[in-house]
Design a protein around this ligand. Structure first.
Ligand code: APR
Length: 187
């Protein structure tokens, strides 16, 4: 991976390195970048829009064949014009106050993406802060779920993944993820 900026923070879990970056996820040269999509998988704003713009129209053409995706699940496509080999499209929960299993669904996004990366023999994956933009999930809670889910999944079953990147789009988002590393004793 040759992310432009050096990681703000790194931690190791076994043979897997977890990095926190502030960067545009479309610039990362990793096995897969994760897209925070909607259930149609037909594009949108935010990181979804950025990924489709960078990947080119062939990505949308491939997504049209997928038949959508359920919240908390994920589907994989090629990376097309991106540096990343693949895009793993996942659908995060819309925040509705916390009483609709939003936390479990968000954890499912991180877990499903790891499973798809492993099923496709990818050794590196980069996540945006899923659901924390248009879907209004509280950013600090989302970061704890993201780091906690990835750390426990990788510790239990590394899946041959040697690098996970939490690709934040602001220093605040990176701080939430750094705090989550610290709370888990990762840094
Ligand atoms: N690189 C990395 N992160 C990014 C980028 C980028 N280029 N652009 C935005 N982000 C960040 C946002 O700042 C936020 O922290 O991605 C996170 C997720 O925000 P959204 O993209 O708004 O995604 P989400 O909150 O999951 O809402 C999904 O938005 O774009 C639509 O089609 C999408 O309906 C779906 C909804």
């Amino acid at each position: 991976m040759n992310a432009a900026a050096p990681p703000l923070l790194s931690a190791e879990i076994g043979a897997t390195r977890l990095d926190i970056l502030v960067a545009d996820i479309t610039t990362l040269d990793v096995g897969a970048i994760v897209n925070a999509a909607n259930r149609s998988l037909l594009g949108g704003g935010g990181v979804d829009g950025a990924i489709h713009r960078a990947a080119g129209p062939e990505l949308l053409a491939e997504c049209r064949m997928l038949g959508g995706c359920e919240t908390g699940s994920a589907k994989i496509t090629g990376g097309h014009r991106l540096k990343a080999k693949h895009v793993i499209h996942t659908v995060g929960p819309v925040w509705q106050g916390g009483g609709s299993d939003e936390e479990g669904l968000l954890a499912g996004c991180y877990r499903s993406a790891l499973d798809l990366a492993a099923a496709n023999s990818l050794s590196s994956i980069a996540y945006p802060a899923i659901s924390t933009g248009i879907y209004r999930f509280p950013a600090d809670l989302a970061a704890r779920i993201a780091v906690g889910t990835v750390a426990s999944e990788i510790a239990a079953h590394p899946r041959g993944i040697t690098r996970v990147v939490f690709c934040c789009f602001s220093p605040d988002s990176a701080e939430h993820h750094s705090n989550a590393f610290a709370e888990l004793g990762l840094a």
